[in-house]
Design a protein around this ligand. Structure first.
Ligand SMILES: [Zn+2]
Length: 88
């Protein structure tokens, strides 16, 4: 009799654990950040040296409503210089 009780209890524990585990798994997958919305994980290309840099580390330059990203101030200056020549 005691053995059956123990078995039922064990089964209930297992079922409960299974539900919790499944719930956790579901929750985790829904919290994975979208690469398009998380700036930490997005790689951007430097238009001067074509290096890929994480967006949050890049140097930004906004020109004609477009944001450009650079690996260094040097590349940023070079790009600004180039685009200046081509404009007028
Ligand atoms: Zn660069």
């Amino acid at each position: 009799m005691l053995a059956i009780r123990f078995l039922v209890l064990a089964l209930l524990c297992y079922a409960g654990w299974y539900v919790i585990r499944g719930y956790r798994k579901k929750k985790q997958t829904s919290f994975i950040p979208d690469p398009d919305t998380d700036p930490q994980d997005v790689l951007v290309e430097d238009p001067v040296c074509h290096l890929l840099i994480p967006k949050h580390q890049a140097i930004r330059l906004r020109k004609n409503g477009v944001t450009y990203y650079f690996c260094s101030e040097q590349c940023c200056d070079e790009f600004a210089e180039k685009t200046k020549q081509g404009e007028s």
